[in-house]
Design a protein around this ligand. Structure first.
Ligand SMILES: NC(=O)c1ccc[n+]([C@@H]2O[C@H](COP(=O)([O-])OP(=O)(O)OC[C@H]3O[C@@H](n4cnc5c(N)ncnc54)[C@H](O)[C@@H]3O)[C@@H](O)[C@H]2O)c1
Length: 271
């Protein structure tokens, strides 16, 4: 459809073909965008980002999203590549060392906790602040961060990532205000259904998360391809006045109290 014809976008977080960011990069390219890819140096060694980069003729600029020097370099090189300010970025970065080490919410390691918040939420602030300092985003640029409904409701096995997502969504609102005033830049969080990816599947009990959400959602879970389509819409000029939102891309899960399918599983008589 050419929805992103002429747009210049920076995409973080594509690790392999299951990554949500991978699909967003592919779909944005199909819609006419020029892309720069970035990921943490370790992910570039182990992941398949080069494969994607060749497919969509995008340069890869390594950056640890917690490291300010790396982010300065990333934003500078991205501007150099595009020849000036660009039209937005996707923040698709999440990792919890506590979850990796199987530490539940009541038994957090606090160094890990700070790492979780830094990687999964504060990195969005760092990227935005560096863009702000360098005036790197064009007017009406669109910034998207990926979130999960554990920011609003309790999903016990999601651990400290729930706090990271709550912080991420707060940064979306607060920076959305400042950048909207200054440059008409819009910033939104897309709260996505459980999706089979490296980060997703690392959450304990992920199959249960996935199946429960699928049975609760009137439209069923949204997959990564559908998420990519939605991100294209948010990057496009058709959504210019949407900002500072958490938008649920979850087949209606967020608004459903209980579904008939779930009720039938609990139909045993109590007397
Ligand atoms: N998969 C799901 O069920 C689901 C649901 C809702 C939201 N999300 C969110 O979507 C986003 C993308 O995750 P995904 O599911 O595509 O998994 P993924 O594992 O493919 O992507 C996560 C990415 O974060 C990157 N990353 C980790 N630490 C980093 C660092 N220090 N610097 C730079 N990059 C770093 C990884 O290299 C990886 O590419 C995350 O924010 C995740 O929380 C995922």
């Amino acid at each position: 459809m050419g929805l992103l014809e002429g747009k210049k976008l920076l995409i973080t977080g594509a690790l392999d073909e299951k990554s949500i960011a991978w699909k967003v990069a592919e779909r944005s390219f199909e819609e006419g965008a020029q892309i720069v890819l970035t990921n943490a140096p370790a992910a570039l060694r182990f992941g398949k980002v080069k494969e994607l980069a060749e497919k969509i003729t995008a340069p890869i600029i390594p950056a640890d999203a917690t490291n300010l020097d790396d982010i300065h370099n990333l934003i500078e090189k991205t501007m150099e590549h595009f020849g000036g300010p660009f039209d937005g970025f996707l923040h698709s970065i999440g990792m919890s060392p506590n979850i990796r080490k199987k530490r539940e919410y009541t038994n957090l390691n606090y160094d890990f906790y700070i790492k979780t918040l830094d990687i999964s939420a504060i990195s969005l602030h760092k990227m935005l602040q560096v863009c702000w300092e360098k005036d790197a985003l064009a007017e009406w640029a669109s910034v998207i961060a990926l979130s999960y409904i554990a920011a609003q409701r309790v999903f016990p096995k999601y651990g400290d990532m729930a706090d990271a997502k709550a912080l991420l969504e707060s940064i979306v609102r607060n920076f959305g205000y400042w950048y909207g005033k200054r440059k008409k830049v819009r910033i939104n969080a897309v709260s996505q259904s459980p999706t089979y990816t490296t980060a997703g599947s690392s959450v304990p009990g992920f199959d249960a998360f996935f199946n429960y959400a699928d049975k609760m959602s009137p439209l069923g879970n949204a997959d990564a391809d559908e998420c990519a389509n939605f991100c294209v819409a948010l990057f496009s000029d058709l959504t210019k006045k949407i900002t500072m939102h958490t938008i649920y891309h979850d087949g209606g899960f967020h608004a459903t109290g209980v579904s008939v399918e779930i009720m039938t599983e609990f139909e045993t008589k109590n007397e």
